[in-house]
Design a protein around this ligand. Sequence first.
Ligand code: FAD
Length: 382
Amino acid sequence: MNIEPETADFIIIGGGIAGASAGYELREMGKVIILEKESQPGYHTTGRSAAIFQKGYNGGDPVLYALVRASEDFLRNPPHGFTSHPLLSPRDLFYITTKENTAHLDRLQDNLSRINVGITLLDHKETKRALPHIADEYQDSALMEQDVADIDVSALHEGYLRAIKSSGGKIISNAEVTSLCRQKGHWHVTSAQGDFCARVIINAAGAWVDQIAEMANISPVNIQPLRRTMALIDTPLDIQPAKNDWPIVMDAAEKFYFKPDSGKILITPADQKLTVPCDAQPEEIDIAHAAQCLEKATNSTVNKIDHSWAGLRNHVADGHPVVGFDPQNGGFFWLAGQGGFGIKTAPAMGRITAALIAGRSLPQDILDLGLKEDQICVGRLK
Ligand SMILES: Cc1cc2nc3c(=O)[nH]c(=O)nc-3n(C[C@H](O)[C@H](O)[C@H](O)COP(=O)(O)OP(=O)(O)OC[C@H]3O[C@@H](n4cnc5c(N)ncnc54)[C@H](O)[C@@H]3O)c2cc1C
């Protein structure tokens, strides 16, 4: 029996935050179908983040700053009915350093000032008062970044998916895409849940974007999946209890960062090991390193690691995202390379996706923040 493929205007491959934000912005332009290979759309990187909203990301990168700023309004004031929870909950963030490494803090201060991120430099006395649980050797000075928050990732992701469904779109799980071909201006997609057809494919497959491109005979963007470990640690007895209003503490050279999480401490040793696309798992050596970072920064002894996991931060060579139609292949749209910033930039990335698919330029408010299309386009990588 020959079953006709289900037709949509937009087929999005990957149901993480990237695919979900794109589907949300496209839902009024046509029928959206998201195909997700796992049983849960947030199973990979989206469900494994540190959930931090911060504008001074990656040492003050102006491209990422523009994307975070362009997402801020949506995250602070989501549309009516989008979610019943606030998407952002304020949390202070302090960058710390040891005396020998104050150059990192100075550089960060310069970079963040240059892009207008609100910061305050604390002297020794102020640092001691603000961060009493930090070891003396880190208390010489610190830099506070303003307007930082925790993101409710699951409320954001769920909000996107719910809105897509209520507009008649579909999220199909356990639907691994296994082949793609273009005929007469339409993409034909084979998946574990049947065949689909659309004029536009959005490749939002995270670590797997190059594999999806290969299925379509399209050259890769050379995505690099970098594994990062997170460990949830029982607060060391010397500094107990971890209070929920503790700030995020980040090493100025991003060698580690930690924050409170349900009475425990969530820490990453900021590892970035190049790997293949996979269900990332933490390695003992990185978990042990996470514990050592916490011991050194707080001058305490870690007794118990509650839980640990790892996720893939998927970068291209210049560390900026990849958004746009493939220059050689009509109807194949890339939405990739969100590295360690894909949650806080999702609203802007979704809007950029919808604008470019509609044949428009970047939204004016995003251009006004200094972002240029050639900084994020696919052509720069091919
Ligand atoms: C440890 C860690 C900490 C982080 N902290 C932060 C943070 O504090 N703030 C922030 O903004 N960002 C953070 N990030 C980054 C953020 O989590 C990512 O940028 C974002 O989740 C990427 O979303 P995505 O949708 O591109 O990828 P994913 O969530 O991985 O989604 C891609 C989806 O594609 C699916 N897929 C793949 N192949 C196929 C196929 N053939 N068929 C169908 N589906 C397929 C996968 O199953 C997957 O669900 C962090 C990341 C890590 C790892």
